[in-house]
Write a protein that binds this ligand. Structure first.
Ligand SMILES: O=P(O)(O)O[C@H]1O[C@H](CO)[C@@H](O)[C@H]1O
Ligand SMILES: O=c1cc[nH]c(=O)[nH]1
Length: 234
């Protein structure tokens, strides 16, 4: 049955879903990587497609920006559409000194400044982490494809324009890159007993004033797409 945000019927969505924040990145992946892709959702322009990759059913669904947005879409995928695993494929800002433009980072865990975990009423601080099985598979896959990756901590922040920048302090704690969704996805997966992994490409390095173009962010960060698709089908 459709939800307020997703027109798909049960069964329209594969067990494994790739989730870029940008719905146009979802369209790009469907058009360039999936075989026989069918669009199941255009509600709010948040495109969702199901097709196959090497014969294995895979869906790709935009998440929108920020934790409330991916919180809605991933909750519905896990709970209404019986999805087992979600691989976020996002862009991120490089934080650590050794992280450069276009580097790929596998998010082993995600720190956050968000209050998302308050819904779970825990008597402490929750540590959102990736599925180890997906992380290991993605790491092995990247090696096989000859794509260098970093593995480590992300920062999922609620605030894109934050002044003064909190990033130097996060860098001191070993955070590799900053984005806006992974912590919520990891929490939704944990709460649902499902699996998630976030793979990001560094689109800019805010502390160094370096950035890529919007077009590049939309269409040409294909290394992380290949890692995610091959992991989905392993
Ligand atoms: O490229 P996506 O997946 O949207 O990810 C990053 O880009 C957006 C900010 O520009 C935020 O959603 C952030 O997490
Ligand atoms: O959330 C994001 C995404 C890209 N670059 C950033 O600095 N932050």
């Amino acid at each position: 049955m459709a939800t307020p945000h997703n027109a798909a019927a049960k069964g329209d969505i594969a067990k494994t879903v790739l989730m870029p924040g940008d719905p146009l990145r979802a369209k790009f992946i469907a058009e360039h990587f999936l075989e026989n892709a069918v669009c199941y959702n255009t509600v709010r322009g948040m495109y969702g497609y199901t097709g196959t990759y090497h014969g294995v059913p895979v869906s790709v669904q935009g998440s929108g920006m920020g934790m409330p947005s991916i919180g809605i879409y991933s909750y519905e995928l896990f709970h209404e559409y019986d999805v087992d695993r979600i691989l976020r494929i996002g862009t991120a800002g490089g934080v650590a000194d050794h992280i450069h433009l276009r580097d790929v980072v596998l998010g082993q865990a995600a720190c956050t400044d968000s209050n998302y975990a308050a819904q779970y009423h825990l008597a402490g601080t929750y540590a959102p982490i990736a599925s180890f099985a997906l992380l290991e598979q993605a790491y092995q896959t990247a090696g096989r494809l000859g794509i260098p990756v970093h593995v480590g901590n992300l920062l999922s922040t609620d605030v894109f324009y934050n002044e003064p920048s909190p990033l130097p302090q996060w860098a001191k704690m070993g955070v590799l890159a900053t984005e806006m969704e992974s912590a919520a996805l990891y929490m939704n997966a944990a709460a649902a007993g499902k699996e998630a992994l976030c793979i990001v490409t560094v689109s800019d390095c805010p502390l160094r004033g370096e950035s890529t173009t919007a077009e590049e962010r939309q269409t040409s960060f294909t290394d992380m797409m290949r890692i995610a698709l091959e992991t989905a089908c392993a």
